[in-house]
Ligand binder design. Sequence first.
Ligand code: FPP
Length: 237
Amino acid sequence: MTENKKVPAHVSIIMDGNGRWARERGRERVFGHFEGVESVRVCTEAAVEAGVKYLSLYAFSEENWGRPESEVSALMELMMKSMKNELKTFLDNDIRFVVLGNRARLGDEMNAAIDNMMELTASNKVLTLILFLSYSGKWDILQAAKRLAKETGGDPEKLAQVGQEEFGRLLVTKDYPDPDLIIRTSGELRLSNYLLWQGAYSEYYFTPVTWPDFRREQFFEALEDYASRDRRFGKVK
Ligand code: FPP
């Protein structure tokens, strides 16, 4: 089977607008996060259906730790519960589950649950679902730079050997391809510190639809838009 270049291998989503979606309905912000979990399920199914191989989601940024304690703990609890609830679905549907980010800031209980899910799904092949948790692009680049400094000891000869590919291997995303398509919901036109290195040549898709309303139809619309793009990676055709 030939690879269909029109289907992005890696789709990444900045899930935004849960709070506003809830507020517009006179509900607490966390209600929007609950509804957002359903969008995660639907988009995961749609990704499998479309033949996408990697679906990554910006679930919690390093900056999100600065939200009110009640919202942070509600979000963490929701994510832990949702992960556990989805384990059977991941196993039944051959989905590999991965969490990337500053894991040191997640509690022991959360880290144990993540390790368990990652181990149990490690050999699954149909789709890799990556959750970016406690992640930011600047954090990732900085931790890579620190590791490089440590590993080379600042030796100019060793540093001269380090190109973009070698540096990319120090990022937490080293085992996964860069995203072909990055979607952001809710009408905000910014990256919010997401995949700053890895998104250098991604195609971007911004939609006014808030995350709880972003479902199968909206996911396929984004893929259709991607299929119409002409990717040149800075070169000429
Ligand atoms: C952005 O909306 C959304 C988040 C910060 C959290 C996203 C998390 C989920 C949907 C739960 C994910 C669960 C799993 C299992 C992956 P916002 O709160 O920034 O909305 P606003 O911009 O309207 O304030």
